[in-house]
Design a protein around this ligand. Sequence first.
Ligand code: IMP
Length: 423
Amino acid sequence: MFTIITGSQFGDEGKGKIVDLMSKDYDLVVRFQGGNNAGHTVKVGDDVYKLHLIPSGFLLDSRVLIGPGTVVDPGVLLEEVDMLSAGGIDLPPEKMGIDAKTSIIMPYHIELDVLRESKRTEKIGTTGRGIGFAYIDKVARDEVRMADLTSSERLMKRLSELAASKEAAIRDLGGDPGIVMDEGLIEKYVQLGERMAPYITDVSYEVNKALDDGKNVLAEGAQGTHLDVIHGTQKFVTSSCTIAGSACANIGVGPTRVDSVLGIVKAYITRVGEGPMPTELFDDLGKQIQEAGGEIGTTTGRSRRCGWFDLPLLKKAIYLNGYTSIALTKLDVLLDLEPIKVCVAYDLNGKVLDYPPEDTADLAACKPVYQELPGWDDDLTGVQSFDDLPPAAKDYVLYLEDKMGVPVEFISVGPARDQTFRK
Ligand code: IMP
C-alpha cells in the first residue's frame, strides 16, 4: 500500500502527529521534498523533540527515508540524530536512509538566502535556511549532492568548479565571499559526510522494491499546498512542489502505485511569513486562536497568522492533491468562539468566487464571504470518539465534510497520540 500525506493549507497543519500515529502500519516513511524549513514536534512520554528533517515514523518500527527531492543541511540532520540518541532513541543506518542524489545545503546557500531576503523591498519571509538557493543550484545543475560529501577530494573538486560563481553571487549581494572556500567549513562538511556515508541509499529502489514485496509505504510532505512553488500563492511560496503528485516525481515511483492520499486540514487556517490569507483575523479573536493553538513556528519561532477556515482554498487543495480522505486537526482550539465562521466564497471587486483566483494580487484583494455556525464551550481535549463531541462541534465537522466532499477519516483534539480518533 502506498499512501501520500500532504498539508492542505499553508503548512503547520499537524502532519507530523498524524504521520507518527499512522506509521505503525507502514514499513517505510519517506520525506519527499523541502528541507529544514519544515518543523514538527514529536512527543515521546514527557519528552518533546522539535525536528526539521527526520520523518516522524522513527518512533515505531518503520524505516525512515529522506528522498532525493529534498535539500538537506547535514549538520542539522546529524544534530537531530544526536538529540534523539541522547533521549535513548537510536537511529542506526538500518532505521534511516538518505538518497545519494539529495542536494546538500551549503553554508553559502544560507548566506545567499539571508542576503537576498534582506535586499527585497517586498519580503517573502523565508525561513533563512538556504532552501531556495539549494533548489536553484539543483535546477542549475550546480548542486553538491549527498554522495559528493563522502570524500574530501570529491567535495573539493566539486567546490572548485562552483566557487567562482558562488563567490560572485555573494559579493553582488554585499556579503563575504570567503564563506565559499572556508577551510574550516569544508573540513566540517567532510566530517559530516563521513558520518552520513553509511546512511546513503537509493530511495526510489527501496520504495519500489518494498511495494513489490507487499510492504506499506507512507510519503510525508512538508509545508502545505498553497506554498507549492508552481500552484501556490506566488511569489510567497517555498521552492519545492508540496502537492501529492510531487511525492511520485521526487521519490521516483509511478503514480499507478498510489493507493490513497490523506490531506491534513487544520480546523482553522494559519500562515507564517508573508503572502495573502483572505480570512486572516487581525483582532483579538486572531490572538485568541494563536494562543489557544500555540501557533508559533517550530523552525523560526515566528508567530503564525491565524484566520477562519477557508473553503475556496481547501477546494483548490482537493483538486491539486486528489485527497481520498482528510484528517481534521486542532478542533479543540476552536473553544469559546461564538459564532464560528467559515469562508464559503470570496468577493473580488463585487464578483463572488467560490474558487481562488489564479493571480496572487487578486487573491490578496479577495474579501471573505462567511457562513456562521454555532460554537461550543466544552473542552474537547479529552474526547475519544466522534459520538462524544458536543453537538455543535459534530455539526462543524459534518458541515466541513459536506462542503469539502471528501470523507473525514481522523479528528485530532490535542497534541498527544491518544488525542486522535477515527470519525
Ligand atoms: P523558505 O521555504 O524558507 O524559502 O520560505 C518560503 C515561505 O514558506 C515563507 O513564507 C516561509 O515562512 C514558508 N515556509 C517554509 N517552510 C514552512 C513550514 O514548514 N511551515 C510553514 N511555512 C513554511
